[in-house]
Design a binder for this molecule. Structure first.
Ligand code: ADE
Length: 229
C-alpha cells in the first residue's frame, strides 16, 4: 500500500516510521511512504501558502492553489489514490474506517493542513475529511501518522500474529479483556486463578465477561453500538 502525504513539514515523518512494526513493513515493501513538500507549490518569490481570511479575523488561512497543485502532481504520477484531508471538522476516525482504508488498493493521499484552517474550496479536492479526535492540533501531520499506522497494521503480512489482531480491542467493537503475565503475585495483587486453571473454555468465558464488564464501565458508548450490550 502506498501512502502519500502533502505537508509543510516532511521531516516530521522520518522518526515515527523508523522503528518497530512500521519500519519492518517499509523494509518488507508492504508499505511505501512518500512525503510531498507543499512549500514547493507556494506562490511567488516567498513561496507563500497562506493568506489573511476574507472578512477579517485572526490567523492565516491556507490558500487552495498550492494544495491543488500538489494534489494534481501526486495524482498524475499515482492515479487512483484516495484523497483525505485531515481536519478537526472531519468524520471521527475509528477502527472500522481504518479497515475500509486498508482495502483502498491504490493507496492514500493524506493532506495535512496547518495554521488556523484551510480555504473552504480545498474540500472539493478530496474524497474524505477525517479528524482523529475532538481536540485541536497545530496541523494534520500527527493525525496522518496515526492513520498510516492504524491502516498499516491491518494490511496482510504486517503483523506476524493474525490471531492477536483478531482478539484486539475494537475488533469486536468492544475493549480488550485484562491481560496478565509473570509474576503470579505483584505487589500483593495476584493473577486471577481462572487463568491458571488450564480450563480453556472457562478462560474464554471469563475473558468475554471481563471485556464486556470493562466496556460497560469505561466506554458504554461502544456497547450501545455493538450488539453485545
Ligand atoms: N488538524 C488539527 N487537529 C486535528 C485533528 N484533531 N484531527 C485531524 N486533523 C487535525
Amino acid at each position: 500500500m502506498q501512502f502519500h502525504i502533502v505537508t509543510l513539514f516532511p521531516e516530521m515523518f522520518d522518526s515515527p516510521f523508523a522503528a518497530g512494526i512500521m519500519a519492518r513493513a517499509i523494509r518488507g515493501e508492504l508499505v511505501k511512504i512518500q512525503t510531498h513538500n507543499l512549500r514547493e507549490h507556494g506562490l511567488g518569490n516567498y513561496r507563500q501558502i497562506d493568506d489573511e481570511p476574507y472578512g477579517g479575523g485572526s490567523g492565516m488561512v491556507m490558500r487552495p492553489e498550492p494544495i491543488a497543485a500538489a494534489v494534481d502532481q501526486v495524482l498524475s504520477a499515482h492515479p487512483g489514490l484516495w484523497r483525505i484531508l485531515l481536519t478537526p471538522q472531519g468524520e471521527l476516525f475509528n477502527q472500522s474506517i481504518a479497515a475500509e482504508l486498508a482495502r483502498r488498493e491504490h493507496g492514500l493521499l493524506l493532506i495535512a493542513g496547518r495554521y488556523e484552517g484551510v480555504d473552504e474550496r480545498v474540500r472539493q479536492l478530496v474524497d474524505q475529511e477525517l479528524s482523529i479526535g475532538d481536540y485541536v492540533l497545530s496541523g494534520g501531520e500527527l493525525p496522518a501518522m496515526v492513520i498510516i499506522e492504524a491502516v498499516t497494521r491491518l494490511l496482510p503480512g504486517v503483523l506476524g500474529n493474525q490471531a492477536s489482531l483478531e482478539e484486539e480491542s475494537f475488533r469486536g467493537g468492544i475493549l480488550e479483556y485484562p491481560q496478565y503475565t509473570r509474576p503470579e503475585v505483584f505487589r500483593g495483587s495476584a493473577v486471577p486463578s481462572v487463568l491458571l486453571s488450564g480450563d480453556h473454555e472457562k478462560i474464554r468465558r471469563w475473558r468475554q465477561e471481563q471485556a464486556i464488564k470493562r466496556t460497560r464501565e469505561r466506554r458504554p458508548d461502544l456497547l450501545a453500538k455493538s450488539s453485545r450490550g
